[in-house]
Design a protein around this ligand. Sequence first.
Ligand SMILES: [Zn+2]
Length: 329
Amino acid sequence: MAGFSIGVDLGGTNLRVAAVTPRGERLDHISQPTRLHAGPYAVLDDMVAAIHTILDRRRNAELSGIGVGSPGPLELPAGILHHPPNLPGFDGLRLREELESRLGGCVSIDSDANLAAYGECLLGAGRAFGAESLCMLTLGTGVGSGMVLEGRIWHGMQGAAGESGHGPLDPNGPPCPCGARGCLEMYASATAIVRRAGQLGVGSAEGNGAAVPLTASCVAQLANSGDARALQVFDEMGRALGLSLSNLINALDLPLYVVGGGAAAAWPLFAPRMFATVREMSYVYRLSMPDDPAVYQPGRTHITPAQLSDAGLLGAALLPLHAHDGARA
Ligand SMILES: [Zn+2]
């Protein structure tokens, strides 16, 4: 059997483990609920058991390494979790040490948002656009972000780089769990879509905020059917994304910005306002925008939807193969 590496995506909802070839082809996959209620050590036991199950199934193939993606904040390179909002009870967990002692070898660890950017760079939009550098925003329950610069994840001094989801856009905006106000996450996450839809009375007959449980995809369905208030939610989301991207483009001047995560499925609803805002607010973008945002032009600044549905898991699997030399798949 051909060589492989193992990627782990430790999510607040699901724990996923996959065996992947160096070219990013998935060979095996285990997915199970993350038993948050049972505590971090039970989740670690589940993770190690799933890894051993995959190793047993592929015992004739050579293992190249194990990479793990975790929600942040994650202190790197130590691999210690600090009050991760999506993993309650995991504060202070020395994830790298705990895994390495259980598995008896080295484990590569990074944040889920960094690994999504890494996976997209190596196997998704980055490969399609021929870009070795990109910034990715992941729109999920919160807004994560990661940067890959010339094939390497940019971590910053303490592993905290890429917190663009908490870049403030309005000092008078809604309070954010990070302690600031009006962060991108307050406008562009799935949570924000649902909250804003509730404020505008989306789904209620008279716009009176009746208690109809909504999800972000419900709001998108209503917007697609022409509901004016639902359309306003995505228009505001596009404005917020455009402002954040303008800051990123002006600061970084990268060839590629990728928008992924579950809430990015609403791309057709928020992208028009997002592009209009970037054209209005970023002179760097105006200098370098492509003739058609959907068509790749070398030397231009591109903003594009993510191409992979499991970039974080694939990025985790590829991390031990490329983390030290910045090579491309
Ligand atoms: Zn924030």
